[in-house]
Design a binder for this molecule. Structure first.
Ligand code: NDP
Length: 244
């Protein structure tokens, strides 16, 4: 999608791999100045080579204090993509306290924390902004062995609406994208069983999984002024799955 983000600053979490990485590349190519936040430094080093001029920040977003230290003084932002997440697969009856805490600290608590940092900066500067939370179709439909992960994404739906309500008066829009399976490292893990994967794909009216690019395009649309009157909403990137 050809959009112009020249002169705007964007922060993307989970920037090292998959959807976050391609979002950074697309924003960088569209003129934005990007802060790329991720956990594995090698990913950020290779991303910085591909996208000269981005600012890499290596931090575990599940660690509140480390995140505050790394991002507390990150500077002015106009756009935020809360994309980092972990999908810890375990049947509901076997989910541990550690699984639960890790899932919620990375997938939801960090969204609170990073959004607070970025939104406070926007409000202090009196500038409008757009925040996109990368959620999932599992916020709407269950998926086996993903109870903890799905719960974080269900909560994200409510958080997105709450943020839209409270930040709207400051002209900050907040929306989500909700993909079904996308064959990144995470997507390959959750659809690893070939028979399960085949049947799942078959249930999609479009008979396919979404591509990373499809998700990135929806993120860019929601970040941009093309969606100027959209807030508290979500775009399904599910090849029609919810209609099946
Ligand atoms: P990947 O696992 O491919 O990439 C996730 C990125 O987030 C990695 O760079 C990872 O770094 C980073 N990350 C994870 N945990 C942390 C952390 N604690 N601190 C900082 N960075 C972290 O995932 P996807 O690209 O597939 O997923 C991106 C988003 O899309 C997620 O929110 C996911 O829930 C959502 N989504 C994905 C779907 C799919 O099928 N792929 C479907 C629906 C939604 P590292 O590898 O170093 O840990």
């Amino acid at each position: 999608m050809q959009l112009n983000f020249s002169g705007l600053r964007a922060l993307v979490t989970g920037a090292g791999k998959g959807i976050g990485r391609d979002t950074v590349k697309a924003l960088h190519a569209s003129g934005a100045r990007v802060v790329a936040v991720s956990r594995t430094n090698a990913d950020l080093v290779s991303l910085s080579k591909e996208c000269p001029g981005i600012k890499p920040v290596c931090v575990d977003l599940g660690d509140w204090e480390a995140t505050e230290k790394a991002l507390g003084g990150v500077g002015p932002m106009d756009l935020l993509v809360n994309n980092a997440a972990v999908a810890l697969m375990r049947p509901f009856l076997e989910v541990t306290k550690e699984d639960f805490d890790r899932s919620f600290s990375v997938n939801l608590r960090a969204v609170f924390q990073v959004s607070q940092i970025v939104a406070r900066g926007m409000i202090n500067r009196g500038v409008p902004g757009s925040i996109v939370n990368v959620s999932s179709m599992v916020a709407h439909v269950p998926f086996p062995s993903l109870a903890a992960y799905s719960s974080t994404k269900g909560a994200m739906t409510t958080l997105t609406k709450s943020m839209a309500l409270e930040l709207g008066p400051y002209k900050i829009r907040v929306n989500s994208v909700n993909p079904m399976v996308v064959l990144t490292a995470m997507g390959q893990k959750v659809s690893a069983d070939p028979e399960f994967s085949r049947k799942l794909k078959e249930r999609h009216p479009l008979k396919k999984f979404a591509e990373v690019e499809d998700v990135v395009n929806s993120i860019l649309f929601l970040l941009s002024d093309r969606s100027a009157s959209t807030s508290g909403s979500g775009i399904l990137v599910d090849a029609g799955y919810l209609a099946s």
